[in-house]
Ligand binder design. Structure first.
Ligand code: NDP
Ligand code: 2IT
Length: 446
């Protein structure tokens, strides 16, 4: 078995060795999936996994735009259309200077499994640019978004590929890209999700990823007769996912003691309540400020420059910033401090060595493709509402989100049980795989 896995990885590595994040994601999935595939005759001789790691299509393009000084700037745009076996490509766009093809391929690959887990008919894709939105004026953001969409619009559509937000892409950027798409195509259609409420967006979409990751944590804790109530929670990041993860923790009577950004982490022993969180939301979403400004407003809190929050004592840790932000030594510290549950809000935030520590200590660990699927799930609900030309209430969308997270949790139990310990990683990979693989088998070699 080990040999089969190593041979497969070696084969993929031949073509992709210069893409470390993509190879990391492929390895993680292969280690749990290959034994499953070997145990199921219907998948033999079909080369399914080999087909799944090769994107159906990769688009890469120039985005030229003019900054406020009148200078011409050039960035690289991408869309990775990974797999459309169960529905049109679906996944976010990331604008961050660290964006490479490797990062977008890992995200698109993970998205295929995640979208399958939601039970909604969505294939997997991801895109973005190495454009850095930090410090840019509104006009510069708009011109970049327009330039990006001027190329991307040819390849997407409500039945082909439906992008959304991710790091650096929120409501403002979706608005500018939607406007440009509409102008170029002369069509008002649900081609993007995460839209504003007055022009086709869904209630709860901004909250969905963070809320969903907390619902997932609550499902895991309930399964072992525990709950989030009264627990101390450490959250990294202070963007979309982190903000709403914090909000739901507060609503469920947990105590959130940290948030962070790339400048460092804040620690508030008294807990971040809704009023303090509202300050962070305004600081981040409107003023586009840095997290250290929190301690100026709330001087009892402390700021730790350039540090991640993993050495703050907690019961629950929620990495909600970026990939590989939680390393082996962080996992060891979390365990030493008594942490019992990790629910990933970000995509692949824990390094493989860190995950191994969580599993060896048999604590609750949920991979992002399961625990952060609430965001894309509500994107799927936004697409459904657009097709119906109708909007559901806040309560309706939230209750569907809760059901979806519960179903994902159950799918992980079905396929991840290891003599009483739930291996959520294995459960998510197998449950996500089955639907896509079966569709690929049915559709022939294409
Ligand atoms: P935002 O851009 O809203 O926020 C990102 C946050 O993470 C910011 O606080 C940012 O700090 C921090 N961050 C980003 N990159 C780094 C880095 N290299 N080092 C340290 N901190 C960093 O993005 P989201 O909240 O939307 O996304 C966060 C994570 O959640 C990502 O992994 C994304 O893929 C994942 N995700 C998002 C979904 C969504 O619906 N938005 C759905 C599912 C997963 P700073 O401002 O200083 O850069
Ligand atoms: O990683 C993700 O699932 C997202 N960034 C959300 C994708 C979406 O299409 O809503």
């Amino acid at each position: 078995m080990k040999k089969d896995i190593e041979n497969f990885i070696a084969e993929i590595d031949k073509k992709n060795s210069h893409e470390p994040e993509f190879m990391q994601a492929v390895r993680e999935v292969s280690e749990t999936l290959i034994p499953y595939i070997i145990s199921k005759k219907i998948y033999h001789g079909k080369n399914i996994l080999m087909r799944m790691v090769e994107p159906e299509r990769v688009l890469m393009f120039r985005v030229a735009w003019v900054d406020d000084k009148g200078e011409i700037r050039v960035n690289r745009g991408y869309r990775v259309q990974m797999n459309s076996a169960i529905g049109p490509y679906k996944g976010g766009l990331r604008f961050h200077p660290s964006v490479t093809l490797s990062i977008l391929k890992f995200l698109a690959f993970e998205q295929v499994f995640k979208n399958s887990l939601t039970t909604l008919p969505m294939g997997g894709g991801k895109g973005g640019s190495d454009f850095d939105p930090k410090g840019k004026s509104d006009g510069e953001i708009m011109r970049f978004c327009q330039g990006f969409m001027t190329e991307l619009y040819r390849y997407i559509g409500p039945n082909t590929d439906i992008p959304a937000g991710d790091i650096g892409v929120g409501g403002r950027e979706i608005g500018y890209m939607f406007g440009q798409y509409k102008k170029l195509k002369k069509e008002f259609t649900g081609v993007l999700t995460g839209k504003g409420l007055s022009w086709g967006g869904s209630l709860i979409r901004p909250e969905a990823t963070g809320y969903g990751a907390v619902y997932f944590a609550e499902n895991m804790l309930n399964h072992v007769n525990n709950s989030i109530k009264g627990k101390t929670v450490v959250i990294s990041g202070s963007g979309n996912v982190a903000q709403y993860a914090a909000e739901k923790c507060i609503q469920l009577s947990a105590k959130v003691v940290s948030l962070s950004d790339s400048s460092g982490s804040i620690y508030d022993f008294d807990g971040i309540n809704q009023e303090k969180l509202n300050f962070v939301m305004d600081l981040k979403n409107n003023k586009r400020g840095r997290i250290y400004e929190y301690v100026k407003k709330y001087p009892k809190a402390k700021f730790f420059k350039s540090q991640t929050p993993w050495n703050f004592a907690c019961d629950i840790a929620m990495p909600c910033a970026t990939q590989n932000e939680l390393k082996l030594k962080d996992a060891e510290i979390l365990i030493k401090n008594g942490c019992i549950c990790i629910s990933e809000g970000a995509n692949m935030p824990c390094e493989p060595d860190a995950i191994a520590v969580f599993k060896n200590h048999k604590i609750l660990y949920a991979p992002g493709k399961a625990s952060n699927a609430g965001g894309v799930a509500v994107s799927g609900l936004e697409m459904a509402q657009n097709s119906l030309r109708y909007s559901w209430s806040r309560e309706e969308v939230d209750s569907k989100l809760k059901d979806i997270m519960k179903n994902i949790h159950e799918a992980c139990l079905t396929h991840g049980d290891e003599n009483g310990y739930v291996n959520y990683e294995k459960g998510a990979n197998i449950a996500g795989f089955i639907k896509v693989a079966d569709a690929m088998l049915a559709q022939g070699v294409v």
